[in-house]
Design a protein around this ligand. Structure first.
Ligand SMILES: O=C(O)CCC(=O)C(=O)O
Length: 261
């Protein structure tokens, strides 16, 4: 499969098999053990700096090989979050584009991966995307407060022509990769199981961020030095790594206000 060609043409490549279902189940169990220790971990930033299970998934060779096809041989891991929809809840994600609030210099030198740890189906609230919409650039968003909307500012594109929109279902262990201008949304989880995905953002090192940003180099070289250095978690959390993660999570949430350059 030429995932890079799909990504260039459609702004999305999916599904990409990256781990076995049994391995996905082990990572789900590791996440659920961490939820017992740390409380809810839905949508907490930079989770790869806290949990070795998240860092391992974000740096799988099978994932980085695809990322490299899309953004080149030098790869920074910028952010990761578990996005969890509990069964029978109304949490949804409105039509939006990721890059609207990121503040990056080069829109094409980034990609997001969404790796399913449980089944992501139309019933459980998998992503729906508009293939090719990344080619039209930024669209106007408005913000509103809606507790059911997973997005921090409840941002949404109001005028979406959803003709041609497709669901992108994933089996446990499969991933999708999408461009930051690809218009997408997801509906509520009406299934009987949790819908759990690990969402990871990768950047090429030349892709300067308008704010104070940090990242981990996970492949190749960083000849630019635009980013402060995060440490990926390779051992169980310590008091020090927990404190640092809390600080990074808070800073990312506050930095969300950064407008694009
Ligand atoms: O998890 C979801 O349903 C939405 C994820 C999303 O918006 C994204 O990965 O950019």
């Amino acid at each position: 499969m030429d995932f890079a060609a799909d990504f260039r043409r459609d702004g999305v490549a999916s599904p990409v098999a990256v781990i076995e279902a049994v391995t996905a189940a082990q990572h789900r169990a590791a996440l659920e053990a961490a939820e017992v220790e740390f409380g809810a971990l839905h949508y907490r930033n930079k989770i790869h700096t806290l949990l070795p299970t998240a860092f391992e998934l974000a740096t799988l060779p099978a994932v980085l090989d695809v990322v490299e096809q899309m953004i080149g041989p030098d790869v920074l891991l910028y952010n990761s979050t578990y996005i969890i929809k509990e069964p029978g809840t109304d949490a949804y994600v409105s039509w939006h584009q990721d890059l609207t609030y990121w503040g990056l210099a080069d829109d094409d030198a980034q990609v997001s991966m969404w790796l399913a740890l449980t089944a992501a189906t139309p019933e459980s609230g998998c992503m729906q995307m508009l293939p090719g919409s990344h080619l039209d650039g930024r669209q106007d968003h408005e913000t509103n407060s809606d507790d059911a909307n997973v997005l921090l500012k409840g941002q949404r594109i109001n005028e979406v022509d959803a003709t041609g929109a497709r669901h992108y279902p994933l089996k446990p262990g499969e991933a999708s990769f999408h461009h930051g201008w690809t218009v997408h949304q997801s509906g509520p989880n009406t299934s009987t199981d949790r819908r759990i995905g690990l969402n990871v953002q990768y950047l090429a090192p030349h892709n300067h961020h308008a704010g104070q940003a940090t990242a981990v180099l996970v492949r190749g070289e960083d000849r630019h030095g635009h980013y402060g250095v995060d440490m990926g978690a390779t051992t169980d959390p310590t008091a020090e790594t927990i404190d640092r993660w809390r600080e990074l999570d808070r800073a990312m949430t506050q930095g969300f206000q950064v407008e694009p350059t």
